[in-house]
Design a protein around this ligand. Structure first.
Ligand code: FES
Ligand code: FES
Length: 926
């Protein structure tokens, strides 16, 4: 129903005839082009669309324009970019991907307008409807409190209002230097100012001039044969310009980073609910949706085989005709003789552990805009984790040379592994090529959840044996991982679940086998932690069991067996440098003592029990295993006096652009503010490989360092001796050009060579090949302690406090490092207690952010972060990757704490209250 509404938006009166069912969110974004207001779900679950309406923070997706008449609406654009709240978000490092940021800033403003001196609890209440998947909320809470101080006229420190704790047992002393001048300081993110102002451009924000909007038709069944597909009615529908089916894919009708196995458009068979059957492109979204509903698909429903164990059987029907069995990948690790090891053991513990499928829940759903170039090529703007890889996959499907496809990274609203492979971008590119018109595909939240990859669910059987004095002499691990319908990234994930199964401990004999098995479920893919997260859950509960069986403190058991320089891993790698594991353990051990003292002084609450748990983890940095791994960088002094740094590292919120600028600033003594970073535009950027495996700090960091060092060689004589004003750099450019000195340097960094995995490692020190058998060039380490409170009636578990320590080599940007740790802890708490992706043969059961159990600000306890700096020689300034490992200790530490509190072992995730309650009831009965 059309209605005329008159409202005030950012101080200006707006009068429009609108559909009364249109939401305020759509009106702001599509009619007024106020795209700072984000669309993360359109269901009221994420808060990214928050605006201020008549003085109150409101989710604009829940307001229908039919009731907007007379409203006074304030969007992020009204704040400019220098409001104290925005400045506080920058100062506290509260911006990562930035997709939640405009909504957070406005929710904070609505609070502070009314309550100038809020408590931390008030902040939590005010932000209760706003999700953030990156920061763990801690920095956001600090930012709001900081802004309140500023607005009250109180002084605030230059750095964070909460000092960053750093343990630096062997690292070089930090150089005292002004913020932003190089490495080791918490420089404000390069993309921060735009993101706090709502001016960060995500793919769906690109001018709504795309003449064609695409909608994908997904399978209705987890497994079915396509008997017929009739698109005639849809094709004839109003506004429709193209309907794509499998027959329209000119090139390879399959994509996948390692093995192109997943159809772009299914021809004969659907293998999970997120398979795409057709794509409709029309002049409006409504037209595309209406036409999609007219596509007729006749399916012959086939048995959906959802159980990986059953599909493992040699007699099980094959999922893919070109495979011999349903095993996607099997990785075996053998060190020493495990059977003999168990013979020596005085104590043996074992268990079966189950982890669940988890949705990445990046707040920006997948989106891509494809623009034809008029000469048979296409450019695609999209958030992604590797533009080169996207380009290659798109070119293959379009059957055009790679050079005809350009992929440009937009701001990316989170990835966590889930944006390593395309979702909708190939369809958009195909439509652009076929119609000669720009085409855009933006997934709704439900579509994103339906089609995207998930974390591998795993069933892990683990057994450990130790001598009386706590020496771990043997362990076995057997992992059955649910790989879903297509390979995606299962191979490396399965691999890591096997090679990290020992945890960060030098176990004398190891027998680990991991299998990935096909099922008719969402493909399991890359997800922060990459297989090591699941292995950590099992291993670290085993450590707790072992310590108790030995009557030893869990910290002491870990200290006794923990990796140190010279330790040999299960794959036969002798660890050489940058092995800061024990420092992380010591740090959390101290924190545990303080935590115990803190909670001991609290009066006991009837029906509530408090417990403490410890866990640790290690994970590789980079790709390793003898595979190609490199990254390029270009540094160039421009006539304007600014320094351009180009990399191939996708900044998905983790801050790689900022690090690139800091590293260049450090090497060249160049002012950080005069450095511009361009990343992941395949037309102008060098190849940086994927943002995966915690690798970009190490590889792209070293590439930028190399390029800047080369540039320093040629420009050294002309650059100012100390950071100076822009005109000094313009003069330097002129002088260098006059002297024919190079103003641009390219550098490709190749990390230390690694070896392929071999099943049988050779653990004998000094034996031939030992030193050469490094499957990874770097590892990162983390430990955490948690305090939980368990309700003995309901089984509800509340995390009261977390202390998390992580060895990062060197913190190039401490605020950014802390942000990664806090974000990882928050994700770990969700993984432990609430998050789960569930689907059956016909329905995605958890089709919203709410049903998925993504943690909200109130679910997060105070998090003490401890940065451990144990420099890695080959890393840039000693740094190594930081993005993933902090997640791993959280779920097992919580499980261990539950046991400490109430004496029940919860070995399946998520540890929801019903599960704990049942376990408690069982114990009571027995
Ligand atoms: S878009 Fe409105 S709450 Fe998510
Ligand atoms: S910074 Fe909050 S969702 Fe990414």
């Amino acid at each position: 129903v059309k209605t005329t509404v008159a409202l005030t938006v950012n101080g200006e009166r707006v009068e429009r005839a609108v559909d009364s069912d249109t939401t305020l969110l759509r009106f702001l974004r599509e009619d007024l082009s106020l795209v700072g207001t984000k669309n993360g779900c359109e269901k009221g679950h994420c808060g990214t669309c928050t605006v201020i309406v008549d003085g109150e923070a409101k989710r604009s997706c829940l307001i229908k324009m039919g009731r907007a008449d007379g409203m006074n609406v304030q969007t992020i654009e009204s704040l400019g970019g220098n409001h104290p709240i925005q400045e506080a978000f920058l100062a506290e490092g509260a911006v990562q991907c930035g997709f939640c940021t405009p909504g957070m800033v406005l929710a904070a403003k609505a609070l502070l307008d009314k309550n100038p001196a809020p408590s931390a609890a008030d902040v939590k209440t005010a932000l209760k409807n706003n999700l953030c998947r990156c920061t763990g909320y801690a920095a956001i809470e600090r930012a709001v409190l900081r802004a309140s101080r500023t607005l009250r006229g109180e002084p605030v420190p230059d750095g964070s209002i909460l000092a960053i704790a750093t343990v630096r047992p062997r690292g070089p002393a930090a150089a005292a230097r002004p913020a932003g001048s190089g490495v080791g300081v918490s420089a404000v993110r390069k993309d921060g100012p735009a993101k706090v102002a709502g001016a960060g451009v995500f793919a769906d924000d690109l001018p709504a001039h795309a003449p064609l909007i695409g909608k994908l038709l997904f399978s209705e069944h987890a497994h079915a044969r396509i008997i017929s597909l009739d698109v005639s009615e849809a094709s004839a529908s109003e506004g429709v310009e193209l309907v794509l089916t499998a027959a329209d894919v000119p090139g390879r009708n399959a994509f996948g980073l390692f093995v192109p196995q997943q159809p772009v458009l299914c021809a004969d068979e659907v293998m999970y609910l997120g398979d795409v059957v057709a794509a409709v492109f029309a002049r409006t979204r409504e037209q595309a949706e209406a036409a999609r509903a007219k596509i007729r698909v006749v399916y012959e429903v086939l048995p959906a085989r959802m159980d990986p164990e059953a599909n493992f059987a040699p007699s099980a029907p094959l999922f893919h005709p070109d495979t011999e069995n349903n095993v996607v990948h099997h990785v075996a690790v053998r060190k020493g003789d495990a059977a003999a090891g168990f013979e020596q053991a005085d104590v043996i513990v074992e268990g079966v552990y189950e982890t669940q499928a988890v949705e990445h829940a990046y707040l920006e759903p997948e989106a891509g805009l494809a623009v034809p170039d008029g000469s048979g090529g296409v450019a695609v703007w999209t958030g992604n984790q590797g533009s080169e890889e996207y380009r290659d996959m798109i070119a293959e499907s379009l059957a055009v040379p790679k050079e005809k496809v350009r992929v440009v990274l937009t701001a990316c609203g989170g990835g966590f592994g889930g944006k390593e492979e395309p979702a909708g971008q190939i369809h958009a590119a195909l439509a652009a090529l076929k119609t000669g018109k720009s085409a855009k595909v933006v997934l709704t939240r439900e579509e994103s959840i339906r089609t995207s990859t998930k974390r591998h669910p795993m069933r892990i059987r683990m057994r450990h044996g130790a001598t009386k004095d706590g020496r771990i002499v043997a362990m076995t691990s057997r992992v059955i991982a649910d790989a879903g319908a297509y390979i995606s990234q299962s191979k490396p994930v399965i691999f890591r679940s096997a090679v990290t199964a020992t945890g960060p401990y030098a176990v004398e004999s190891v027998e680990a086998d991991s299998y990935g098995i096909y099922t008719h479920k969402n493909p399991s893919g890359a997800f922060r932690g990459f297989g090591s997260t699941q292995a950590s859950f099992a291993c670290e509960i085993q450590m707790d069991k072992l310590a108790r069986a030995l009557d030893m403190s869990p910290v002491e058991l870990r200290r006794k067996n923990g990796f140190r320089e010279g330790s040999i891993t299960s794959t036969g790698q002798k660890l050489m440098d940058g092995i800061g594991y024990l420092d992380t353990l010591d740090a959390v051990s101290t924190a545990l003592e303080s935590m115990r003292a803190e909670f001991a002084s609290r009066p006991e609450v009837p029906g509530k029990k408090i417990g403490f748990g410890v866990a640790s983890a290690y994970k590789n940095v980079g790709i390793g295993t003898g595979l190609s791994d490199h990254a390029g960088a270009i540094a160039e002094l421009l006539p304007s006096g600014r320094l351009s740094v180009r990399t191939g590292a996708a900044d998905i919120g983790q801050g790689s652009d900022t690090l690139a600028a800091q590293i260049a600033a450090e090497v060249l003594g160049f002012p950080y503010d005069l450095i511009d970073v361009t990343a992941c535009d395949t037309a102008v950027s060098p190849d940086g490989g994927m943002t995966t495996g915690s690798r970009q700090t190490f590889v792209t960091g070293n590439a930028v360092k190399g390029a800047a060092e080369k540039l320093r060689e040629s420009l050294g004589p002309y650059l100012p001796a100390a950071p100076a004003a822009p005109e000094a750099y313009r003069a330097a450019y002129e002088a260098a050009r006059a002297a024919r000195a190079k103003t641009r340097a390219d550098f490709t960094y190749y990390p230390p060579k690694t070896s392929p995995h071999r099943v049988h490692s050779d653990p004998k020190p000094g034996s031939a090949g030992e030193a050469h058998h490094g499957i990874h060039y770097s590892y990162c380490f983390a430990s955490a302690v948690v305090a939980v409170e368990v309700d003995t009636e309901t089984g509800a578990v509340k995390v009261l406090k977390v202390a998390a320590a992580q060895d990062v080599g060197r913190a190039l940007n401490p605020a950014s490092v802390r942000g990664q740790i806090e974000g990882a802890v928050a994700m770990g708490i969700g993984y432990a207690l609430s998050e789960e992706f569930l689907a059956n043969e016909t329905t995605v059961l958890t089709d919203s952010l709410h049903k998925l159990g993504v943690p909200k600000i109130a679910d997060l306890p105070p998090i003490d972060c401890i940065i451990v700096e144990d420099p890695q020689t080959a890393g840039p300034f000693g740094a190594k990757g930081i993005g993933e490992v902090g997640l791993n200790p959280i779920a097992p530490a919580i499980s261990n704490a539950i046991f400490d509190a109430v004496g029940v072992r919860i070995q399946t995730l998520p540890m929801k209250k019903e599960k704990v309650r049942e376990a408690l009831a069982l114990v009571r009965k027995s």
